[in-house]
Ligand binder design. Structure first.
Ligand SMILES: Cc1ncc(COP(=O)(O)O)c(C=O)c1O
Length: 343
């Protein structure tokens, strides 16, 4: 029987391991159901308050409907918190570039805190920084290192911070750990989630914020009316019907990822253990990194290097690989094996 979680492997196709989107087939029945919604796109999304969508998301997450704000991708959560909580923002680098980009647009004053020392990513905000910042970022697991941030660490930051702490959980489904249960305990906690990475809806743009009613109201006031389109609005309930399928894919991806980390280390490079759908690899210096990156590109394999502006504070000696299909990862390892033999 055909494995539905596998794409047919067109061996000559270029391999894109750049953006960390979902690289597996989407359930065909779900796509058919979504397509049926097209006939209603003359209508606005339901009333603008997204009651049904918020009900679906609240049930999925295990909170009340009042704790949810649907957004145009989780990028919109990043954008509106940066408008709503002006002042000083703490950004734990290397990390996702949009915290910085939104801070710039919002006119916040940025403090980039280096959290990567000797191959270990640990969030190390000082007491003074936590006192003076209005907005504090934690990306869990962190992009691009893939590092899990321990729950105790997040609680410690929540307790010591004077400002709002936003925990970006856009890769929650791969990590399998959340702090959603803490939204009533810590009034300064906002969580952001996404349907892009784990459910394959990056092109539809569906994300959401989770927090207490007061914070949700404040964020809503800074967001745009009707920011989630009608098809995206309908998509959450539809994809969640296929949870079993997605769980199967996530498990498969995790196995491929862990095998890839092992293989890269066996080749003599240095791969970071990851809890997301990408792996960060460190090379000796920029020159060596460029050689590997170009060699991969010549063979039709596209990856993200540290100098490509996708991340804040990532050095030039790094390349991030998104985890794709098995044949794609096999091809990457084969090309890198070849590279090592020649150099
Ligand atoms: C850490 C992190 N947060 C948020 C996003 C934004 O994702 P989206 O707007 O598609 O939900 C991304 C996308 O790459 C990301 O890596």
């Amino acid at each position: 029987m055909r494995d539905k979680t596998k794409k047919e492997s067109p061996k000559k196709e270029k391999i894109f391991l750049t953006q960390s989107y979902f690289k597996y087939p989407l359930p065909e029945e779900m796509l058919r159901e979504l397509a049926e919604e097209l006939k209603d796109i003359n209508l606005y999304p339901s009333g603008g308050d997204y009651t049904e969508l918020r009900q679906v998301l609240a049930k999925y997450v295990g909170v009340k409907i009042e704790n949810i704000l649907p957004t145009n991708g989780s990028d919109e959560v990043i954008e509106i918190v940066s408008r709503a909580f002006k002042g000083e923002v703490l950004i734990p680098i290397p990390t996702f570039s949009q915290y910085e980009a939104s801070a710039d647009r919002g006119g916040l004053s940025k403090i980039l805190v280096n959290c990567l020392h000797d191959g270990e990513y640990t969030i190390n905000y000082s007491a003074q920084q936590l006192k003076s910042a209005s907005l504090i970022w934690i990306c869990n697991p962190n992009n691009p290192t893939g590092t899990r941030i321990p729950r105790e660490k997040i609680i410690d930051i929540l307790q010591r911070a004077e400002g709002i702490v936003v925990v970006d959980e856009c890769n929650y489904e791969y990590l399998g750990e959340t702090i959603v249960d803490l939204i009533d305990k810590y009034e300064n906690l906002i969580i952001s989630r996404s349907f892009s990475k784990n459910y394959g809806l990056a092109g539809l743009r569906l994300g959401f914020a989770i927090s207490n009613l007061q914070n949700i109201k404040k964020l809503a006031a800074f967001g745009q009316h009707f920011s989630v389109n009608r098809i995206a609005e309908k998509s959450a309930a539809k994809v969640l019907k296929y949870l079993d399928y997605y769980q199967e894919v996530w498990e498969k991806m995790k196995k491929l990822r862990d095998k890839f980390v092992w293989q890269i280390n066996e080749l003599g490079f240095s791969a970071y253990d990851s809890q997301a759908n990408f792996v960060l690899v460190e090379f000796k210096d920029k020159k060596k990194t460029e050689r590997v990156w170009k060699y991969l590109k010549e063979k039709g394999i596209y990856t993200l290097a540290g100098w490509e502006n996708e991340f804040s504070g990532l050095g030039d000696q790094f390349i991030r690989f998104t985890i794709g299909e098995e044949w794609e990862m096999d091809k990457v390892v084969e090309v890198l094996f070849d590279y090592v033999k020649r150099n």
